[in-house]
Design a protein around this ligand. Structure first.
Ligand code: AMP
Length: 177
């Protein structure tokens, strides 16, 4: 990491959008971070540094903002990247999970041959809120025989206690609110 990016305040690049996508939700928009070459670089560099000694086989990114963070992280860690997608997007045979969200429900899919028995996985998304999305992702990965060892985020909303649903995982977030 260069000295200029080491001191950069990432929080200054996260924009709050009140009442999006629905009343009562304070949306943490990472668009300004992605748009800034210095902030985007600092974000990925800091995650690369944190996970430098982590023993994993693949990085799994959750659609869609998880791709924006997970793919460059995989590139820099020299690991393969596996996408988790919303239903109907993946072209080959899929494994699917339906899960309950804070408001409503959701479904996620992974290619059935994406990973196998004993593979060690780092899950990446932009933000950890209630933990439901990552818990569902973990269940999907475990169905294929994989082992989720860690989960990484740009932002964690600590007041929603998402960590409590992800016991046994090494959880890391660059920014906490
Ligand atoms: P959860 O399953 O509750 O942990 O929610 C995490 C997923 O929903 C992530 O994919 C986030 O991108 C998205 N998300 C939830 N809450 C917010 C928020 N306040 N701001 C931005 N994204 C959010």
């Amino acid at each position: 990491m260069t000295s200029s990016t080491a001191s950069l305040d990432l929080a200054a690049y996260i924009r709050d959008i009140p009442d999006f996508p629905q009343p009562g939700i304070n949306f943490k928009d990472i668009s300004p971070l992605l748009k800034s070459p210095e902030a985007f670089r600092a974000c990925i560099d800091r995650l690369v540094e944190h996970y430098a000694s982590l023993d994993i086989d693949y990085i799994v990114g959750i659609e869609s903002r998880g791709f924006l963070v997970g793919a460059p992280l995989a590139y820099h860690m020299n690991k393969g990247f596996i996408p988790i997608r919303k239903p109907g997007k993946l072209p080959y045979k899929v494994e699917r999970i339906d899960y309950t969200l804070e408001y409503g429900s959701g479904s996620l899919e992974i290619h059935a041959d994406a990973l196998g028995e004993g593979h060690r996985i780092l899950v990446v998304d932009d933000l950890l809120a209630t933990g439901g999305t990552v818990a569902a992702t973990r269940a999907l990965i475990e169905r294929l025989g994989g082992n989720v060892v860690a989960a990484g985020f740009v932002v964690e909303l600590e007041f929603l206690h998402g960590r409590d649903r992800l016991s046994g995982l090494d959880i890391h977030a660059l920014l906490k609110y």
